[in-house]
Write a protein that binds this ligand. Structure first.
Ligand code: HEC
Length: 133
């Protein structure tokens, strides 16, 4: 004869709310960690780009960066970088990394902003100027 299971849940079968919370937190943490790793990986990849490394190895000259900006960027971002067609670039280097800025400026991925090709020294100058905004 087969023994039927006791229909009453044994104590170890009762779902433990503490444990499932722990699992949920664990899962959230695991995801956050995975996402952080991916972001870090992408950042490292861009950092190892020879052009980016070249730019970051130069000391930027603010005055020259200012001249480059007036010539190439001020039409959209305003004479003082305070925005026109394009957004204000005030304090832009506090929310964008150097690598992110280089990518933004060289990629032209946000039309109508054009691709801007600059040699590494000019790009470093431009970044130095953007930091002063
Ligand atoms: C034809 C107009 C135009 C020109 C010229 C231009 N930009 Fe832009 N730029 C834009 C627009 C529009 C955006 C916003 C794109 C978007 O929707 O994110 C932008 C976005 C940016 C951003 C990102 C701002 C942020 O808050 O993340 C940076 C940095 C930037 N431009 C720098 C430059 C620099 C440096 C130059 C000169 C080399 C330049 N831009 C030339 C139109 C322009």
């Amino acid at each position: 004869m087969m023994l039927l299971e006791d229909p009453v849940l044994k104590p170890e079968q009762v779902p433990n709310p503490d444990l499932s919370m722990q699992k949920a937190f664990g899962l959230v943490f695991a995801w956050a960690f995975a996402i952080a790793i991916v972001i870090f990986g992408v950042y490292q990849m861009r950092l190892s780009d020879p052009y980016v490394r070249d730019v970051l190895s130069h000391d930027g000259q603010v005055a020259r960066g200012h001249a480059i900006f007036q010539l190439n960027c001020s039409g959209c971002h305003g004479t003082f970088g305070n925005g026109k067609v394009g957004p204000s670039l005030r304090k832009v280097s506090t929310h964008r990394s150097q690598v992110g800025l280089i990518d933004q400026i060289t990629s032209g991925k946000t039309p109508p902003m054009p691709k801007f090709q600059a040699n590494p020294q000019e790009m470093a100058d431009l970044l130095a100027y953007l930091k002063t905004l």
